[in-house]
Design a protein around this ligand. Structure first.
Ligand code: DC
Length: 224
């Protein structure tokens, strides 16, 4: 059993990982690592520097020298509030591109591992259970069909007043999935010891209940 209680939640975009991770961390009173935000920040820095997404050396340099602050629920990059800018579909796609570069992934490794602090950590991403926290006591792989994930994302964006096209969204999600699942380093795959949950037909409360049950089984002392 790992010393520090760690729950990893990996899965493709739109699987509901973010919502589940945040709510479970809230219930347990554990820290939360949104690792996708770090890749989104690198993607944003590339855009801001007007660097080329094909120029790996420039991207690695930016990743190694990111100046990020988290203040009052906001994310600041070089002092600029980018909380909303990194949440767009385009930012997700740029994140997926920089995330395929091995040296970018290693530049972010220690930063991510630093989040493992008492009383525990919920880590949300693609390689949390396989690469970043292989010692985690509970590993979840949250999946759902591409159509269902696109539908959820469509609703989220519509609710925020952002105009989107469902067919375009399905194509974007499939493109991003393909890149994330087929890259040479840390591809999106369930860890051998992960509990795979297909949430296509489940609501978020049912998923949270299932995840909490797994946490209480692995770490009985955390039951609230
Ligand atoms: O979870 P998200 O949508 O914010 O992630 C954005 C992209 O970042 C995702 O398409 C792939 C990449 N990513 C990654 O490669 N590894 C992680 N642990 C988290 C995200």
């Amino acid at each position: 059993m790992a010393e520090m209680p760690i729950l990893t939640i990996d899965g493709p975009s739109g699987s509901g990982k973010g919502t589940v991770a945040a709510r479970v961390a809230g219930v347990l009173g554990w820290h939360l690592l949104d690792s996708g935000a770090l890749y989104r920040l690198v993607g944003h820095a590339v855009r801001k520097a007007e660097a080329d997404f094909a120029d790996s050396a420039a991207i690695v340099d930016l990743a190694r020298n990111l100046s990020v602050d988290f203040v009052d629920g906001k994310v600041l990059l070089d002092g600029e509030d980018v909380s909303l800018a990194i949440r767009t579909e385009a930012a997700g796609n740029n994140a997926s591109k920089v995330a395929a570069i091995p040296q970018v992934r290693s530049a972010l490794l220690d930063w991510q591992r630093d989040y493992a602090r008492s009383p525990g950590l919920v880590a949300d991403g693609r390689d949390m259970g396989t690469v970043v926290f292989p010692e985690a006591g509970v590993k979840i792989f949250l999946d759902a069909s591409a159509e269902e994930r696109a539908r959820r994302r469509y609703k989220q964006l519509k609710d925020k007043g952002i105009d989107v096209n469902l067919i375009g969204l399905i194509a974007e999600i499939e493109e991003r999935d393909h890149r994330d699942r087929n890259r040479s380093v840390a591809p999106l795959v369930p860890a051998d010891d992960a509990l795979v949950i297909d949430s296509t037909e489940m609501d978020v409360d049912a998923v949270i209940e299932r995840v909490l049950r797994a946490v209480y089984e692995a770490y009985p002392e955390t039951r609230v």
